[in-house]
Design a protein around this ligand. Structure first.
Ligand code: ZN
Ligand code: ZN
Length: 140
């Protein structure tokens, strides 16, 4: 009878140790909520304006898959297309200052950059000609 209780106690301790070991193990491989939630502002480095993968509005260096929000209009018979650029995720969320590379004005919410897009084989070239403040165009 005594040995039966002893065995039961030992198996309970064994199960407890196993559970404890699992908790430790999973804590090591699953990052806690504090590790996962990084602040994005300040993490973005600035690229050279006009370079590929650089936002023309705030010059943030964009990672793969991060796109600049823009609207391109159909070509009016010429080689270039009119393009309105709103900005990337960082400056549209207000993390970075949006400014016009042509006149230097700080863009307000709703202001856009006006650009010409030249479709070339391989990759297209975007040339910013101004913003809704210095070109007097854009959404109302
Ligand atoms: Zn941007
Ligand atoms: Zn401008």
């Amino acid at each position: 009878m005594g040995s039966y209780i002893q065995a039961l106690a030992l198996s309970i301790i064994g199960v407890f140790l196993l559970w404890f070991g699992y908790t430790l193990f999973f804590r090591n491989i699953v990052p806690g909520p504090g590790v996962r939630r990084r602040r994005r502002s300040g993490k973005v480095s600035s690229g050279v304006p006009g370079a590929p993968r650089t936002c023309p509005v705030c010059s943030a260096l964009l990672a793969k898959g991060e796109r600049v929000k823009s609207t391109a209009y159909p070509s009016m018979g010429g080689k270039d297309r009119l393009m309105y650029i709103s900005g990337c995720t960082y400056c549209l969320e207000g993390d970075r200052v949006r400014s016009c590379p042509v006149c230097g004005a700080i863009l307000k919410a709703g202001d856009i950059l006006v650009a010409h897009m030249y479709d070339k084989p391989g990759r297209s070239h975007v040339h910013v000609i101004g913003c809704s403040q210095c070109k007097k165009v854009g959404k109302k």
